[in-house]
Ligand binder design. Structure first.
Ligand SMILES: *[C@@H]1O[C@H](CO)[C@@H](O)[C@H](O)[C@H]1NC(C)=O
Ligand SMILES: *[C@@H]1O[C@H](CO)[C@@H](O)[C@H](O)[C@H]1NC(C)=O
Ligand SMILES: *[C@@H]1O[C@H](CO)[C@@H](O)[C@H](O)[C@H]1NC(C)=O
Length: 838
């Protein structure tokens, strides 16, 4: 059974997480000195990759021996060092995101950084927050942490800080608007200014704030001009508004011109067009400089940025030289250290328990187990047999494309379960195909059946089973629905384990009475089976939470792969923002996940310390944008208690709703989360420090973040819909609390009450014992200020706002997703581009 000590000691996070001492000014001083040593031709060479496969790494900048510069090695990617042996195949970013554990994110960043450094890589081409993931079918969503910008921003911050703490330059990519694989190199992403700021730019702002050394611009166009040739995106937004001081490199052969240099691009990669010796910069850029169409001062700025990024993380001091070769998969020895332990911890901690009837899990020494499905075993042809993992035969532990590594080994689920079964004396029968009738015969003979299904996606240059990067649908692959149904038809204890790049539709089997548990095992990397066994057998309680919504129908998402240009007409309303606004009931909402124990929430304390409203600005800019955006303005705490019988973890989540009268905005937006690991009976405090930007919306007219006036709604809960505590904070620092929800989700999924709250219009006193279906917990609310009373002010009743003809939705002031639009409501300001109320 569950060992609380094992869980509580968890992972020893390296102590070397020194606060960032990165100093751009000092880096620029050194860069300027270095620049002075270079000839014009050497400057051109500094900004032009040597050409595809002309060096050991996927991207290479030549050495300049006269200046003592050893050159640059750029290498993929977000799960570890690509094209190398002796490295770790880490859990994918979406799996790390599912842990909601900042310490693990930081630790994986450090560990990946150590391996890149160990191989002599200067620039690790990670992390990813573009695609953000607005389209659930999009092929590369699994390379990022979450489709919520706040969550993605935390992932970016932690991983960048970790990677750079060991001296490796991180690269925030793909900037920006590359939300699907289909037509990614020809389509235009037309994103309105507010949506750009509040969704897509948000995590990149956090990356800049974390002092990321480099950015990679993306393949797509923005408003019909290439992202890597885009003055607005690169100069105005990134280097201007976000105060980014490092260098921007192109995605591999992303379209640009010599004019791209004046529009903000600093380096072309890989230099030529994948080996054709046709260099878009190089001699062409030299000519442009000589003719004056690109100024020498701009060229100097490009070179200084590249050197400053290099000096920023100390790569001029004792940095290892490149010790591997991408093109023959060898060299450099084993740099993986003890990272397999971290890989196993993350593999287990990112697992999300979706359904668990009558404590079906953890397994308690079952007499017999049937292990069913091709996804339970390694690909018989070899774990690395497909180019860049572009096949879906055997257990799925990462997607396909450039964001992959070679597996050094892959612990498949069957191997790990067999090891435990041997200890327990459990008989194991198997059917390791996806053949439904074979699966059913195996299941018939066992007391418990575990069925493995999956869904894969990847980068669009490779097609797998007819899926050209993006998924063709949101169903499990290889007839997974039929396999589960056939097994559940004959076995009353059917457990479904899902490896997937993103949401799949579960409706064909999730409610079947014989499906007693559903385990979301994500994309767990090389330690897949071990991480799974840790959870299935209860050596740790599951603690992952969904980093996306699982819908009942694909159309519920309101976004899908587009042919031609994408106008981003859904605006701010992606994933749970849309489900909340439109009142669509998901199967499992963003932020959801069960445990083997239960948690109560109490003692909401809101301290709103800086109540200045209006546009936010500072006299000077800094990485991430105006420093005033990042100043703390409120501290909110809540008590979380483990009310169940075993140790476990809960992710306390804070969502805000803007005051009534604010521009049309999703009813809830994530603005804080904290994972608490608690022994049975123990309590902890979740502390959320809101920064000014967390309360603001982007005002396109003033081109500023603006903190609106009025009462903000504060929601704290165990998911985006399981809200347990609720309050408001408003002018003069006044705060009120109401009590929402009840005890935690129980482990009996079918009887779980997951309370969905809407902006409250009820009056509630400070102490309430709630919950019709559970009785254990009393939630208590207090306020920080003696002057506030226990009686809440009511927020305005929801009104539909005017009809937005383009979307057929209600919108505008007071918009809460009502299905009936107010005929009298009018827009205070109409956004002409999308016929959307501002
Ligand atoms: C694209 O056009 C829209 C509408 O004019 C504007 O709000 C947005 O800022 C533009 N974005 C870029 C990257 O040019
Ligand atoms: C599934 O297995 C059964 C029994 O072995 C076999 O008769 C059938 O042809 C298989 N189906 C497929 C699609 O391979
Ligand atoms: C996007 O907007 C443009 C300009 O308004 C319009 O011509 C085009 O049809 C729109 N595309 C889609 C897919 O709606």
């Amino acid at each position: 059974m569950l060992s609380s000590t094992l869980l509580l000691t968890a992972l020893a996070v390296p102590a070397a997480f020194a606060q960032s001492n990165l100093d751009w000014d000092a880096a620029y001083t050194k860069a300027t000195t270095m620049l002075g040593k270079l000839t014009l031709q050497q400057k051109i060479n500094m900004v032009t990759g040597v050409g595809w496969q002309k060096g050991p790494c996927v991207g290479n900048i030549a050495a300049i021996s006269s200046a003592g510069f050893p050159g640059l090695c750029l290498q993929d990617g977000p799960v570890g060092v690509r094209y190398a042996s002796g490295v770790t195949a880490f859990p994918a970013a979406i799996h790390l995101g599912a842990t909601w554990d900042k310490d693990l994110m930081r630790a994986q960043g450090v560990a990946m950084g150590e391996e890149f450094r160990g191989k002599g890589v200067n620039i690790a081409l990670a992390p990813v927050s573009g695609a953000l993931g607005k389209i659930p079918q999009a092929g590369r969503n699994w390379e990022g942490y979450s489709n919520d910008p706040y969550h993605a921003g935390v992932g970016m911050t932690e991983v960048i800080t970790g990677v750079q703490s060991v001296g490796v330059q991180a690269c925030a990519k793909h900037y920006i608007g590359n939300e699907q694989e289909r037509n990614r190199e020809t389509m235009s992403s037309n994103i309105d200014d507010r949506t750009m700021h509040e969704l897509y730019l948000w995590p990149f702002a956090d990356a800049a704030k974390a002092n990321v050394a480099t950015f990679m611009c993306s393949y797509n166009k923005l408003n019909s001009s290439w992202a890597c040739d885009n003055d607005y995106a690169l100069n105005k937004l990134l280097k201007g508004e976000l105060g980014f001081r490092g260098q921007v490199l192109s995605d591999w052969n992303a379209k640009t011109t010599t004019g791209g240099a004046t529009r903000g691009l600093d380096m072309t990669m890989p230099g030529d067009n994948f080996g054709d010796n046709n260099f878009v910069w190089g001699q062409n850029l030299l000519n442009a400089v000589n003719q004056g169409s690109v100024s020498t001062s701009r060229l100097d700025d490009m070179v200084k940025r590249i050197f400053a990024s290099w000096y920023l993380v100390g790569q001029d001091q004792n940095y290892p030289s490149v010790s591997f070769n991408s093109w023959n998969n060898n060299g450099g020895g084993d740099v993986s250290g003890n990272h397999k332990e971290l890989a196993r911890t993350v593999a287990g901690d990112g697992i999300i328990l979706l359904k668990n009837v009558n404590n079906a899990l953890p397994l308690k020494k079952p007499a017999s187990l049937a292990i069913i499905g091709r996804d339970a075993i390694n690909n018989p042809a070899g774990i690395n047999s497909c180019t860049d993992r572009a096949c879906n035969d055997g257990t799925l532990a990462m997607g396909w494309g450039s964001g992959t590594t070679n597996f050094p080994y892959l612990i498949d689920p069957l191997t790990a379960i067999r090891a435990q079964a041997q200890v327990d004396g459990t008989t194991v029968v198997t059917s390791t195909t996806d053949n439904a009738s074979q699966g059913a015969s195996a299941a018939q003979s066992a007391s418990t059946a575990i069925v493995f299904i999956n869904a894969n996606s990847g980068e669009g240059y490779l097609t797998v089973q007819g899926n050209s990067g993006d998924r063709n649908n949101l169903d499990p692959w290889n007839n997974g629905n039929d396999l589960v149904k056939a097994v559940a038809a004959v076995n009353s204890k059917t457990i479904v384990v899902i490896h997937s790049v993103g949401p799949i539709i579960l409706e064909q089997f999730v409610d079947l009475p014989n499906v007693i548990a559903v385990v979301w095992a994500g994309l767990p990397g090389q330690e897949s089976g071990n991480g799974l066994v840790d959870v299935l057998y209860g050596s740790k309680a599951p603690g992952g939470k969904l980093p996306f919504t699982i819908a009942k129908s694909p159309s519920d998402y309101g976004t899908s792969i587009i042919n031609g240009d994408d106008n981003f007409s859904e605006g701010l309303f992606i994933d749970y923002r849309r489900f909340d606004a439109q009142g669509i009931t998901p199967r499992y909402e963003f932020g959801f996940g069960l445990s083997y124990t239960t948690f109560s929430f109490s003692n909401l304390v809101i301290s709103y310390t800086s109540t200045t409203t209006g546009p936010i600005s500072s006299t000077q800019n800094a990485p991430g944008g105006y420093p005033a955006l990042y100043e703390p303005v409120a501290t909110i705490t809540a008590r979380v208690t483990n009310t169940g019988g075993v140790a476990g973890s809960e992710v306390a989540q804070l969502y805000i709703g803007l005051p009534a009268g604010s521009p049309s905005t999703p009813p809830k937006q994530l603005r804080g989360f904290q994972k608490l690991k608690l022994a049975s009976g123990a309590s902890g405090t979740a502390t959320f420090v809101l920064k000014r930007k967390d309360l603001a919306y982007w005002n396109t007219a003033s081109q500023r973040w603006v903190v609106p006036t009025g009462n903000f709604n504060i929601f704290i809960g165990a998911s985006s819909r399981d809200i347990r505590l609720q309050g408001t904070m408003g002018p003069s620092g006044s705060t009120t609390t109401t009590i929402g929800g009840s005890t935690s989700s129980t482990t009996t999924a079918q009887t779980t009450t997951r309370v969905t709250t809407t902006p409250s219009t009820t009056v509630t006193t400070t102490r309430t014992t709630t919950a019709p279906t559970t009785t254990r917990t009393t939630t208590v609310a207090t306020t920080t200020r003696a002057t506030t009373t226990a009686v809440i002010t009511t927020t305005a009743a929801p009104t539909g706002g005017p009809l937005q003809s383009k979307w057929g939705q209600c919108g505008g002031v007071g918009y809460t997703g009502a299905s009936v639009c107010s005929p009298t409501a009018t827009c205070s300001t109409l956004n002409p581009y999308y016929a959307q109320c501002l």
